[in-house]
Ligand binder design. Structure first.
Ligand SMILES: Cc1cc2nc3c(=O)[nH]c(=O)nc-3n(C[C@H](O)[C@H](O)[C@H](O)COP(=O)(O)OP(=O)(O)OC[C@H]3O[C@@H](n4cnc5c(N)ncnc54)[C@H](O)[C@@H]3O)c2cc1C
Length: 368
């Protein structure tokens, strides 16, 4: 049996692990320990639902908030509303990733938690992956280590050469928020998403330019002085019960172009390319890329494809399915975080809703 090593157990790594146990011996290494929180808005596009249902990877959807409406507010507090054609649902990554991890173990994957991969090398036709635990050998390695990892540096990936100015902050809160709505509130040099997840909680997650944080030194001061200038956010911050002692944060979020295959490693999810968070589509892309990787790796494991064909076909499929969506997301992000352009986004949704709906569609895929 072929051996597949998956580096990183977020959505893409866990989905790939669940699918590949049918054709190969699967080992997944994850540097953290489940369950854990992540910076993520936790709105998942419905395009993933048929696939997740087919594979038994959808936790009890009836109990989860169904999201059908988008609210946009501008920096100075103008608001518009747009129905979402496809819509989505809300679930915390704490719950979803834990569910997928348990499924993967049940399906026969070997999962090493608290295990960080440091280097990946191809020696002849076998990979050697050196981790904090031990050295693993494998026939195929999937890189599902997310938007930015130390291993990107070890692999000398080109996007690591550029500093990225974006910081992400996330909380779980309790606040009266309509369960069918995802709200995107603009503030100067950033935007904040709010939608509901399980157990009556809401996720509040924002992306900001690091200059906001530099100016005010501390997150709380930045929130008071910049984020809460948007009257909707001011009200939420005043009314909400915050459920973490401190927020989850990440920095250096990069939207640079990456390669789908690098040093013969098949990259999935954010490791292959990250869509801007306002699209609410990164998780769908992560799941979909894991699906196509698993299908092609199955062909390789069962002798129907060579390694060269696998790498060529995966790169081609990845570009066909996702490259334009990433580009569209970057263009739409330019409308956000600025007084004038965020007003334009609100006006588009209010007075030219077919155009706004068309823009949203450019970042979304079809149900798969
Ligand atoms: C602010 C913000 C808001 C977002 N909101 C949404 C949203 O509402 N909807 C949506 O669909 N998407 C959203 N996204 C995007 C979404 O979170 C990602 O696209 C998705 O999590 C990608 O999944 P992944 O499997 O590629 O990576 P991740 O889920 O990030 O998983 C990567 C895993 O790899 C592990 N890892 C890293 N390095 C190593 C190593 N060397 N060895 C072992 N393990 C390693 C990490 O610990 C992690 O568990 C948002 C992103 C941001 C930044």
């Amino acid at each position: 049996m072929r051996k597949i090593l998956i580096v990183g157990g977020g959505l893409s790594g866990l989905v790939a692990a669940n699918l590949l146990t049918k054709c190969a011996e699967v080992v997944l290494v994850e540097k953290k320990q489940y369950p854990f929180h992540r910076v993520c808005g936790e709105y998942i596009s419905n395009e993933t639902v048929p696939f997740l249902q087919r594979h038994g990877l959808l936790p009890n959807l009836d109990a989860l908030p169904v999201i059908k409406t988008l609210w946009i507010t501008s920096v100075n507090g103008r608001k518009s509303e747009l129905p979402l054609d496809l819509g989505g649902f809300g679930i915390s990554r704490y719950a979803f990733d834990h569910f997928l991890f348990q499924r993967a173990v049940k399906n026969g994957a070997q999962v090493f938690e608290n295990c960080e991969a440091n280097t990946i090398t191809l020696a002849g036709d076998r990979f050697l992956v050196e981790t904090s635990e031990k050295i693993f050998e494998a026939d195929v390695v999937i890189g599902s280590f997310g938007k930015r990892s130390r291993i990107d540096k070890a692999m000398n990936r080109s996007f690591m050469q550029k500093k990225s100015p974006y910081v992400g902050v996330k909380y779980h809160i309790r606040v009266a928020h309509p369960s069918d709505v995802i709200a995107l509130h603009n503030f100067k040099d950033g935007y904040c998403g709010i939608s509901n997840v399980e157990d009556g909680k809401s996720t509040l997650c924002y992306l900001t330019h690091r200059n906001n944080l530099k100016s005010y030194k501390q997150i709380e001061a930045m929130e008071r002085n910049v984020v809460c200038r948007n009257p909707y956010l001011k009200e939420i911050f005043a009314r909400a019960e915050f459920l973490y002692d401190k927020p989850e944060t990440i920095n250096e979020i990069s939207f640079e172009t990456k390669q789908a295959v690098e040093n013969h490693v098949i990259m999935c999810g954010d490791a292959a390319g990250m869509i801007t968070p306002l699209c609410g589509n990164g998780m769908a892309l992560a799941i979909h890329s894991a699906k196509i990787a698993a299908e092609l790796i199955t062909d390789f494991a069962e002798g129907r494809k060579s390694r060269a064909q696998l790498e060529h076909d995966y790169t081609k499929r990845w570009n066909q399915l996702f490259a334009t969506r990433l580009w569209a997301g970057k263009q739409i992000q330019k409308l956000f975080g600025n007084e004038w352009t965020s007003d334009l986004a609100v006006n588009l949704a209010r007075y030219a809703s077919p155009v706004a709906t068309w823009l949203v569609k450019q970042t979304h895929g079809k149900p798969f």
